[in-house]
Ligand binder design. Structure first.
Ligand SMILES: C[S@@+](CC[C@H](N)C(=O)[O-])C[C@H]1O[C@@H](n2cnc3c(N)ncnc32)[C@H](O)[C@@H]1O
Length: 272
C-alpha cells in the first residue's frame, strides 16, 4: 500500500468495540452530549451524526429524544450503527443510517439542515479537513448547534505521530511493528501514572463509564491507526467558525488529544 492511499480501517475497530456497548457506556455517551450541549435532553430536535463510527452517539441522541440521521464513509461503521439500531430501536423511522462521505458535497447537500450536528473526531481523519469543515457547517440550521472535536496541533509532536500512524496503516509489518512498540509503552505509561496518582491501575480497564463511554484498548488502536491525520490549533478552528456565523458556547482543550467545541449558528446566518 502506498502512503497516498494508506487509511485506517476504523470500522473494523468499531466492530470489536460493539460487543462492549452496554447500558453504562450508553449512559456515559448520553451524559457527554447533555453536558457539552448544556441541555437535559434532545426531545423534538433533529440530529446529524457525521462519521458515526460505532453508532454509540447516534443511539445516545435517539434515546435523548432526537430524530437522528447517521452516516459514515466506512461501510463496517455503518453496519455497526445499523446493528445498534436493530438492537435498541428496531423498525424505527426516526433514525436513518447510511453510507456516505462528508467530503462528497452533493451527498452532504442532500442531507439538509439539523438542530444538532455532531462530528466528533471525524473531520481530521478525512484527508481534507478544511473541505470537511466547509461541508459540515452547511448542515447546521440557523440557530442550530455544532459539536465538533479536532486533534490539537502539537507542532513537531503531531508530525511524529503522523509518521507513526502512516507506518501502522502501511501494511501488516507496519501494524505489528508500531503495535509492539507502542502498546507496551501505553500500558506501562498508564500503570506508572495510576500508581503515582494512588489509583488502582486495573480500574481504567474495568471502568465502563469513562467520560464518553469508550474502551481503553480500542482507543489505543484508534489512536495508533487513525490515519489520515490532520490537526488544528483551537484559535484556527474558532476563527473559521466565527467567519461562518458561529458563536462559541463551550470549549474543552487538551494538550494531546481532541479539543472539543460547541458552537451555535447565528439566526441571521445566510447560506450559499
Ligand atoms: C475516530 S472515529 C469517530 C467516530 C464517532 N464520531 C465517535 O465519536 O465515536 C472517526 C470516524 O470517521 C469516519 N470517517 C472518516 N472519513 C470520513 C468521511 N470522509 N466521511 C464520513 N465519515 C468519515 C471513520 O470511518 C470513523 O468511523
Amino acid at each position: 500500500m502506498t502512503s497516498e492511499n494508506a487509511r485506517f480501517a476504523f470500522g473494523e475497530n468499531w466492530r470489536k468495540f460493539l460487543p462492549l456497548v452496554d447500558e453504562p457506556r450508553i449512559r456515559a455517551a448520553e451524559r457527554s452530549l447533555c453536558e457539552m450541549l448544556e441541555v437535559p435532553d434532545l426531545t423534538g430536535k433533529t440530529a446529524l451524526d457525521v462519521g458515526c463510527g460505532s453508532g454509540l452517539f447516534s443511539l445516545a441522541a435517539r434515546r435523548l429524544g432526537a430524530r437522528v440521521r447517521s452516516f459514515d464513509r466506512d461501510q463496517v461503521s455503518v453496519d455497526c450503527t445499523l446493528a445498534l439500531r436493530r438492537q435498541h430501536f428496531p423498525d424505527d423511522d426516526a433514525w436513518q443510517v447510511e453510507q456516505g462521505s462528508v467530503l462528497d458535497a452533493g451527498f452532504v447537500a442532500r442531507l439538509g439542515q439539523y438542530d444538532v450536528v455532531y462530528a466528533w473526531g471525524v473531520l481530521h481523519h478525512t484527508g481534507a479537513m478544511w473541505q470537511a469543515f466547509e461541508n459540515t457547517v452547511q448542515t447546521v440550521r440557523p440557530g442550530g448547534r455544532l459539536f465538533v472535536a479536532i486533534y490539537n496541533d502539537q507542532g513537531r509532536v503531531s508530525d511524529l505521530w503522523r509518521v507513526v500512524k502512516r507506518a501502522y496503516c502501511s501494511g501488516t509489518a507496519g501494524k505489528v511493528a508500531v503495535s509492539s512498540v507502542f502498546m507496551p509503552y501505553f500500558a506501562v505509561g498508564c500503570f506508572v501514572m495510576d500508581l503515582a496518582r494512588l489509583r488502582n491501575p486495573l480500574r481504567r480497564y474495568r471502568d465502563r463509564d469513562d467520560e464518553r463511554g469508550m474502551a481503553v484498548f480500542r482507543d489505543w488502536v484508534d489512536w495508533l491507526g487513525g490515519y489520515p491525520f490532520e490537526v488544528a490549533k483551537p484559535e484556527k478552528v474558532l476563527a473559521y467558525h466565527r467567519k461562518h456565523g458561529f458563536r462559541l458556547d463551550r470549549l474543552t482543550t487538551r494538550h494531546s488529544g481532541c479539543n472539543e467545541f460547541v458552537f451555535t449558528l447565528s439566526h441571521a446566518a445566510t447560506r450559499g
